[in-house]
Design a protein around this ligand. Structure first.
Ligand SMILES: Nc1ncnc2c1ncn2[C@@H]1O[C@H](COP(=O)(O)OP(=O)(O)OP(=O)(O)O)[C@@H](O)[C@H]1O
Ligand SMILES: [Mg+2]
Length: 424
C-alpha cells in the first residue's frame, strides 16, 4: 500500500486542524466521524512522528502529520527522508511566527527537491512570479488563497500526491533508460571481444589436436583451454545480463508453463542455495501458462531465490545462525480494480502470480526505496553488484508484468511477480 504522506504546517492550531481534517474527511464518509474523533489528539501540532491515517478508499491511504513551525517541519522532513518514506506534499501557511511560509519553503526545497508544496496565503503579499524567482523554481508549488473550501484542499491533496508518484516513476524509468543505453553499447563491444576470443581459441584447439608431440604438454594446454572457455562462457552470460538491462532488446515471447519453468529453477536452487535454507514449492494446480521468454524469466526467478538465500545466510548479522525457509507459490490472481501495491500500481486483470517468500533479514523502507536502482547493493563487492533487481524490473516490464514486495526488518521479505494470464 502506498501511503500518501502529507505534512501540514501552520502556527495556528485551527489552521492545521482545518486542512488536516479536510484531507482526512475527503475520504470515505461512513465511519469518518468516530475516526476523526480518535485523530483529534494527534492533530495538536505537538506530534512529530506517528500522525493520522485515513483510508480514502480501499486503495489510497493518507498519512497526515502536522507541525507548528517551519523549523519543526524541516526536522520532520529530514527524518522522513532518513527513514526512506519521504513526505509527498506539504501545506504551508504563509503567515507564521518565526520563519514565514516563504522562508520555510526555501528551506524545505534545500532538503527535498521533489516534494510538492501548497502555500496558503491570506493576502497577496507576494505574487507567484516573485515567489518562483525567490525559490528558483516554478514546478513544485502552488498558491492557495484563503478563504478556501475543504473540497479544494482535498482535490489538491489527491492530485499533487498523484503527481509526486508519477514523477518518481518517471525518474526511475529515465534512470533505467540511461543504464539501458549504456549497457546496450557495452554489450555490443563486449560481444565483439568475446567472439574474437572464441574464434582464436577454437583455432588454437584445432592446431593442438593436430599436434602429436609431448602428451603431458598437450594435456596441460587442453586443460588451460577449458579454463579459458569457461571464462568466455561466463563473459557471454554477462553480455546477456547487459542486454537484458537494455530496452532495445526485443524478446521473442512464446507460451510457457510457469510450473515447468519453476521446476527447472528449483533444481538449480537445490545445487546452488545454502544447505541451511529449506525450500518449499507449491505449483499451481493446473498449468500456469504465460507469454514469456523462458531464459529471462528463469534468470528473474533465480535472482530472487539467490537474494532470498543471501537474506537468510550471508546477510545475517555476525554470530546469528544461517538458515531459514524459502516458500515459493504459483497461483492465479484476479485483480478487480486498480491495486495499489506496496511499490507499484497493478491494473485490473487476470494474472499468474509467483510469490517468493523468505524468513531472512528483511529490509527497511529506506532500503526498499532503492533496491531497483542500478548498482544499489548492501552486500560486499564479491557478493553483489546491485544489478540483480534492476534486471528483474526490466525483464518483468518487457513481459508487461508487475512486481511488488512486502518486507519487515528482522522478519523477512516476500516478492510478488505478476505476469499477464494466458489461457491454457
Ligand atoms: N530478499 C531480500 N531480503 C533482504 N534484502 C534484499 C532481498 N532482496 C534484495 N535485497 C536488498 O536489495 C539489494 C539489491 O538487490 P540486487 O539483487 O539488485 O543486488 P545484489 O543482490 O546486492 O547484487 P547482484 O547484482 O549480485 O544481484 C541487496 O543488496 C539487498 O540489500
Ligand atoms: Mg541479487
Amino acid at each position: 500500500m502506498i501511503n500518501r504522506k502529507i505534512l501540514v504546517v501552520d502556527d495556528q492550531k485551527d489552521g492545521r486542524e482545518g486542512i488536516a481534517n479536510a484531507i482526512l474527511s475527503s475520504a470515505r464518509q461512513d465511519d469518518s466521524k468516530s475516526l476523526l474523533e480518535k485523530l483529534r489528539p494527534k492533530l495538536s501540532g505537538k506530534n512529530s512522528g506517528g500522525g493520522a491515517r485515513f483510508s480514502l478508499d480501499q486503495d489510497i491511504v493518507y498519512d497526515v502529520d502536522t507541525a507548528a513551525s517551519g523549523k519543526t517541519a524541516c526536522a520532520m522532513i529530514r527524518k522522513s527522508i532518513d527513514n526512506g518514506i519521504p513526505y509527498n506534499l506539504i501545506f504551508l501557511d504563509m503567515r507564521m511566527f518565526g520563519w514565514d511560509g516563504l522562508k520555510s519553503m526555501e528551506e524545505i526545497f534545500k532538503i527535498d527537491k521533489k516534494v510538492q508544496v501548497v502555500l496558503c496565503t491570506e493576502f497577496t503579499d507576494h505574487t507567484w512570479e516573485d515567489i518562483s524567482e525567490k525559490v528558483g523554481r516554478r514546478d513544485n508549488f502552488l498558491i492557495l488563497k484563503k478563504p478556501f473550501e475543504d473540497m479544494e484542499v482535498a482535490q489538491l491533496a489527491l492530485t499533487l500526491t498523484e503527481k509526486y508518484y508519477a514523477e518518481a516513476s518517471l525518474r526511475h524509468s529515465q534512470k533505467m533508460e540511461t543504464v539501458g543505453e549504456l549497457s546496450a553499447g557495452l554489450a555490443h563491444d563486449f560481444n565483439n571481444i568475446i567472439a574474437s576470443l572464441q574464434a582464436t581459441l577454437s583455432s588454437i584447439e584445432f592446431s593442438l589436436n593436430k599436434y602429436d608431440g609431448d602428451t603431458a604438454f598437450k594435456n596441460e594446454l587442453k586443460s588451460d583451454i577449458e579454463t579459458m572457455n569457461d571464462a568466455i562462457m561466463e563473459g557471454a552470460g554477462m553480455v546477456q545480463v547487459l542486454l537484458s538491462l537494455s530496452k532495445r532488446q526485443e524478446l521473442p515471447l512464446s507460451p510457457v508453463d510457469l510450473n515447468e519453468l519453476m521446476e527447472r529453477v528449483i533444481k538449480i536452487c537445490a545445487r546452488s542455495l545454502d544447505k541451511s535454507v529449506e525450500v518449499h514449492y507449491t505449483p499451481s494446480a493446473e498449468k500456469a501458462m504465460v507469454m514469456a521468454y523462458s531464459a529471462q524469466i528463469e534468470q528473474v526467478l533465480l535472482n530472487l531465490c539467490i537474494n532470498a538465500d543471501h537474506a537468510m545466510t550471508i546477510m545475517r548479522p555476525p554470530g546469528v545462525k544461517h538458515g531459514g525457509k524459502l516458500t515459493i507459490i504459483i497461483q492465479d490472481e484476479v485483480i478487480p480494480v486498480m491495486k495499489r501495491g506496496n511499490i507499484t500500481e497493478i491494473p485490473p486483470g487476470k494474472y499468474r502470480c509467483i510469490s517468493i517468500d523468505d524468513t531472512g533479514v528483511g529490509m527497511t523502507p529506506k532500503v526498499i526505496s532503492q533496491i531497483f536502482d542500478p548498482f544499489f547493493t548492501t552486500k560486499s563487492k564479491e557478493k553483489g553488484s546491485g544489478l540483480g533487481l534492476s534486471m528483474v524490473f526490466n525483464i518483468i516490464q518487457k513481459h508487461k508484468g508487475f512486481l511488488d514486495l512486502y518486507s519487515l526488518p528482522g522478519k523477512g521479505s516476500v516478492f510478488y511477480l505478476y505476469l499477464p494470464f494466458l489461457e491454457k
